[in-house]
Design a binder for this molecule. Structure first.
Ligand SMILES: *[C@@H]1O[C@H](CO)[C@@H](O)[C@H](O)[C@H]1NC(C)=O
Ligand SMILES: *[C@@H]1O[C@H](CO)[C@@H](O)[C@H](O)[C@H]1NC(C)=O
Ligand SMILES: *[C@@H]1O[C@H](CO)[C@@H](O)[C@H](O)[C@H]1NC(C)=O
Ligand SMILES: *[C@@H]1O[C@H](CO)[C@@H](O)[C@H](O)[C@H]1NC(C)=O
Ligand SMILES: *[C@@H]1O[C@H](CO)[C@@H](O)[C@H](O)[C@H]1NC(C)=O
Ligand SMILES: *[C@@H]1O[C@H](CO)[C@@H](O)[C@H](O)[C@H]1NC(C)=O
Ligand SMILES: *[C@@H]1O[C@H](CO)[C@@H](O)[C@H](O)[C@H]1NC(C)=O
Ligand SMILES: *[C@@H]1O[C@H](CO)[C@@H](O)[C@H](O)[C@H]1NC(C)=O
Ligand SMILES: *[C@@H]1O[C@H](CO)[C@@H](O)[C@H](O)[C@H]1NC(C)=O
Ligand SMILES: *[C@@H]1O[C@H](CO)[C@@H](O)[C@H](O)[C@H]1NC(C)=O
Ligand SMILES: *[C@@H]1O[C@H](CO)[C@@H](O)[C@H](O)[C@H]1NC(C)=O
Length: 497
């Protein structure tokens, strides 16, 4: 019987070569755990021998054999992690504990019994559960890593909106790292859940990110356009809007009123309240605005250590009809003539009347109210909000000298005698309004030429005489009623055409 063993072994190895075909079964095992490979069960009395022939993926071979007659086990090249599960005499199952990635391969069990010889091939597949981490970067992008899994893990998102990007990296040991990124910037979810699906894990892995984790690196942005303004009449209700972009946690909104270099914090009160409106818009509501509510406002969004401040938002409260009369009211003009600036012009020339020197920043309107000597009246008005000029009964010869929003100077070209009268220019800007009154007198061209001639030839005495004559003539017409006569030549330019 002892001599029979080598012969039997040779015969069995021959059989392995002949018999080995596709594996009969696939045995999955998670790395680090105990793997058991089963053979055919036979009755104790009929068992002759069992041989496990192992060929691993890495190319190494090993043999584990048992002979029933001698009740002895032979191990050739097999490492100590491979043993019988119990006793081969009862059950010839092979166990590997702990199983390693390198153990993957074909395990052939050859069993000889009195009923015959049987061969069973099992393919051992070693599963490696991936290490799962969920991180986020400063751009609000959340990344789910399933590192070195075998087979490759699949990742999905509980808050999936189809915008995730997947990347798989294959390692030389057969494991795969799966990475899935998803942008959470627009999300209002406090929790981010990535589901890792892998056969080595009993259940899908769920990781929740706390709101603070996300918001720490998330941005807060107030989206108020530059130079935004609201207008209203006293008594109106008004809502100032402050659209806010944020990640998860709703920011706290602070409103303030700019006063010089400071911005005074505004608390809720009986006349105003800060609220949230749909679509992430913070709103400051005024129940009934007053002229005193005019000014520059700011909103600020704060989440934790993050904050963002808006551009200044202008609020203008005024009676809309304040500065722009719709009709011409001659009885209003003239005012206190003694205070009027008197301008002189010459027929056929261009007369230029500059308006008040008030700042044109935040201009609301510029209006020329004109009452001519014959009692007719006209209006030339510019409305900044409409960027439009409104002309009421004014002659075509009266117009803006330039763009009214740059310089609301009036020009009359060519000037006629009938243009004599009272001119009032009123400029209104956000800070208030200022006006300037003029009395325009017009000289006949002929008289002016004579004056100019004497001026140029240096005859001062003649000039004084002519000026006196002109002054008396005009006095006689009753224009100036005691006001000073200004020989205002700089306002007269050379004739054109
Ligand atoms: C295991 O057997 C299959 C055929 O059944 C073969 O394709 C594969 O290469 C074998 N694996 C090893 C590690 O020998
Ligand atoms: C062999 O026997 C053992 C124990 O009796 C049992 O657990 C196992 O399932 C059996 N294997 C087969 C292939 O029948
Ligand atoms: C085989 O040997 C083992 C110890 O090596 C022993 O426990 C067992 O009882 C023996 N079996 C038989 C049938 O002799
Ligand atoms: C996937 O990730 C690897 C390593 O991080 C990188 O080299 C590769 O460019 C990425 N591929 C894609 C398509 O993003
Ligand atoms: C496989 O290789 C990767 C990358 O080299 C490594 O991170 C991982 O731990 C390895 N896995 C095993 C089970 O050896
Ligand atoms: C976020 O929302 C804006 C506008 O609502 C959109 O243009 C942008 O594509 C969104 N981004 C993501 C990552 O969903
Ligand atoms: C599956 O869960 C059981 C008990 O719940 C545990 O004993 C076993 O190790 C788990 N298997 C894997 C692959 O996680
Ligand atoms: C200018 O004229 C207006 C209208 O007649 C008058 O109300 C106002 O007081 C005048 N201003 C000055 C400074 O005289
Ligand atoms: C406007 O003119 C008045 C006097 O006519 C003067 O006191 C004031 O400083 C001027 N303002 C500017 C901004 O030039
Ligand atoms: C409009 O102008 C004409 C001619 O200058 C004048 O006769 C008329 O009275 C003016 N209308 C008003 C309302 O002043
Ligand atoms: C106002 O209108 C004029 C043309 O009528 C245009 O050239 C100018 O740019 C406009 N100004 C503003 C502030 O829109």
């Amino acid at each position: 019987m002892a001599q029979m063993w080598p012969i039997l072994a040779d015969f069995l190895l021959f059989l392995i070569k002949v018999v080995q075909g596709p594996a009969d079964s696939t045995v999955p095992a998670v790395v680090g755990t105990r793997a058991v490979l089963r053979c055919r069960n036979t009755s104790v009395s009929s068992l002759i021998s069992v041989v496990w022939k192992i060929r691993s993926k890495t190319g190494s071979h090993c043999l584990l054999a048992y002979r029933a007659d001698t009740n002895k086990t032979d191990k050739t090249n097999c490492n100590e992690r491979m043993t019988w599960e119990s006793s081969p005499y009862h059950d010839p199952a092979l166990q590997i504990h702990p199983v390693r990635l390198a153990d993957e391969g074909n395990y052939t069990c050859e069993i000889a019994t009195s009923d015959g010889t049987f061969c069973l091939v099992s393919a051992l597949i070693v599963l490696v559960p991936p290490a799962v981490t969920l991180t986020h970067d400063s751009n609000g992008v959340v990344v789910c890593h399933a590192s070195a899994g075998k087979p490759a893990a699949e990742i999905s998102w509980a808050q999936g909106n189809g915008r995730s990007i997947e990347n798989k990296t294959h390692h030389t040991n057969g494991t795969v790292t799966t990475l899935s990124s998803m942008s959470m910037i627009n999300s209002t979810n406090a929790h981010v859940t990535c589901l890792v699906i892998h056969p080595a894990m009993n259940q899908t892995q769920t990781i929740e990110l706390s709101p603070s984790d996300v918001t720490v690196n998330c941005m807060v942005e107030v989206q108020v356009p530059r130079n935004y303004q609201y207008q209203g009449k006293p008594g109106d209700s008004l809502s100032i809007e402050c659209p806010v972009k944020y990640c998860t946690e709703k920011p706290a909104i602070k409103w303030c009123l700019i006063q010089g270099m400071k911005c005074l914090l505004l608390k809720d009160g009986p006349t105003r309240r800060s609220v949230w409106r749909e679509g992430n818009v913070a709103v400051l509501n005024f129940m009934s605005i007053q002229q005193s509510n005019s000014g520059l406002y700011r909103c600020r969004a704060v989440v934790g250590s993050l904050s963002h401040e808006s551009h200044a938002i202008r609020v203008i409260v005024r009676e809309t009809t304040d500065f722009i009369p719709m009709t011409c009211e001659p009885q209003v003009l003239p005012g206190n003539l003694a205070d009027n600036v008197v301008l002189s012009s010459v027929t056929g020339y261009r007369a230029v009347l500059s308006c008040s020197n008030m700042s044109l920043v935040n201009l609301i309107s510029a209006v020329w109210k004109i009452r001519l000597r014959d009692g007719a009246c006209c209006l030339l008005a510019y409305r900044a909000d409409l960027n439009k000029t409104v002309r009421t009964n004014c002659s075509e010869r009266m117009d803006w000298a330039a763009r009214p929003d740059h310089d609301p100077t009036l020009q009359i070209h060519p000037v006629r005698l009938s243009d004599e009268g009272y001119y009032m220019c009123e400029i209104a800007n956000i800070d208030g309004s200022l006006h300037q009154n003029y009395t325009l007198s017009v000289l006949e061209h002929e008289g002016f030429s004579l004056l100019l001639h004497y001026l140029l030839t240096g005859s001062i005495i003649s000039c004084v005489i002519i000026v006196t004559i002109l002054y008396c003539t005009l006095q006689h017409r009753g224009c100036f009623q005691g006001s000073l006569f200004h020989c205002n030549f700089p306002t007269v330019s050379t004739p054109e055409g």
